[in-house]
Design a protein around this ligand. Structure first.
Ligand SMILES: *Cc1c(COP(=O)(O)O)cnc(C)c1O
Length: 365
């Protein structure tokens, strides 16, 4: 039996619920950025205990709006090298300079020590990624540090919907939090993103940046923005997803715990952060066994691993040679970690018996 890289199922009643919302939208004269989008924003903010929320067209768009709002043009932004390129592109598009930082040793998380080392007079923001759905273990220290230095803290929470630490939800630690609703993520709208903030001024500016940069007079621009709005159909799906996301996170958690119990400790270490309530987007396993061997062995049984976090750290992207990025710093922890981990499938559509089968095969690698 094949276990693919990704599955996404909706029940018949969820599909009917979606169709009925879509029919309502189609009869409403407003099929972009209307009532369903407002409702989706409000319900997301309510669950996440966020003050303001803005739905937009992707996680990458959310980050671009965030960086434009805090005006990083010609300033430096600290970004982990161990992230998806969707974290760095928005910094460059907003006219900022990316300053990459290394991981902690044997960890997917960016090193706070390296952040402190790389902050300069020109640093405008630090961007933290909650890799795999765990809140960064040093987030409170990083938050205090940014405050002291008068630097913005932006959270790339693309993996970390409704994750929390000390009852604070992901996206609410920093000045701005950005989420992704790409289909493989914790919840989806097809394509889409969400921005959260508690700062009214930033909220107003980001609302404008998402909508071309319009001022209160829609004929007059106050910013050079973009069109990052979403259709009502995306928001209809978002509302369906919000109803089931908590139970899907629970299932991800159970799958991760099963991996933890069943994988042989002397071969595999399931990485966890006991101080954080993860979204369990990824189950991250570190191992000394070569990745190709693990991958090929599973492939013989038609089992696909999900994407690593990450296989190609940003400092390895040759295209960035054209940008002013510090590709030549020491990234040895990131290089090492990229080779020594893998992510077994843990989407909610998996059955526990499938997970046990994957463990058995891994244990025999
Ligand atoms: C998915 C992802 C993004 C980008 O989100 P999109 O909705 O695909 O644009 C950004 N950062 C991280 C860490 C991601 O995993």
């Amino acid at each position: 039996m094949k276990i693919p890289i990704f599955k996404l199922k909706f029940s018949n009643s969820e599909i009917r619920d979606f169709q009925s919302k879509v029919s309502q939208a189609l009869k409403s004269d407003s099929i972009s950025n209307g009532g369903f989008t407002k409702k989706f924003e409000n319900e997301f903010a309510k669950i996440n205990k966020s003050k303001y929320s803005i739905a937009c067209s992707s996680g990458t768009a959310a980050l671009q709006i965030a960086f434009e709002a805090i005006n990083i043009k010609n300033f430096e932004v600290i970004v982990p090298t161990n992230t998806f390129f969707g974290t760095a592109i928005p910094v460059l598009k907003a006219g900022g300079k990316v300053v990459l930082c290394d991981n902690d040793f044997n960890s997917p998380e960016v090193s706070f020590l390296d952040i402190k080392r790389k902050v300069t007079k020109n640093t405008k923001a630090v961007c933290i990624v909650h890799v795999g759905g765990w809140i960064h273990k040093d987030i409170l220290k990083i938050k205090r540090f940014c405050k002291r230095k008068n630097i913005y803290l932006v959270e790339d929470a693309a993996h970390a919907h409704f994750a929390s630490q000390n009852k604070i939800f992901s996206g609410n630690f920093g000045d701005i939090g950005c989420f992704s609703f790409f289909p493989t993520k914790v919840m989806t709208t097809g394509e889409g993103g969400m921005i959260v903030t508690k700062n009214k001024k930033l909220y107003k500016k980001m609302l404008s940046l998402k909508n071309f940069g319009r001022s209160s007079n829609p004929l007059i621009l106050s910013e050079i923005g973009m069109n990052f709005k979403i259709s009502e159909f995306n928001s209809c799906l978002g509302l369906i997803e919000l109803k089931r996301v908590k139970s899907r996170i629970k299932k991800r958690k159970k799958i991760s715990e099963l991996y933890q119990r069943k994988l042989l400790k002397k071969k595999f270490k399931v990485l966890i952060n006991k101080n954080s309530n993860s979204s369990h987007y990824k189950c991250i396993v570190s191992s000394e066994i070569p990745y190709a061997k693990i991958k090929n062995n599973l492939k013989r049984y038609k089992i696909a691993l999900t994407g690593k976090v990450w296989e190609v750290p940003l400092h390895k992207q040759k295209i960035f040679l054209k940008s002013k990025i510090n590709l030549n710093s020491d990234f040895s922890n990131a290089d090492e970690f990229s080779k020594k981990h893998f992510c077994p499938p843990n989407y909610p559509e998996l059955s526990f018996s499938e997970v046990e089968r994957i463990c058995k095969i891994l244990n025999n690698t």
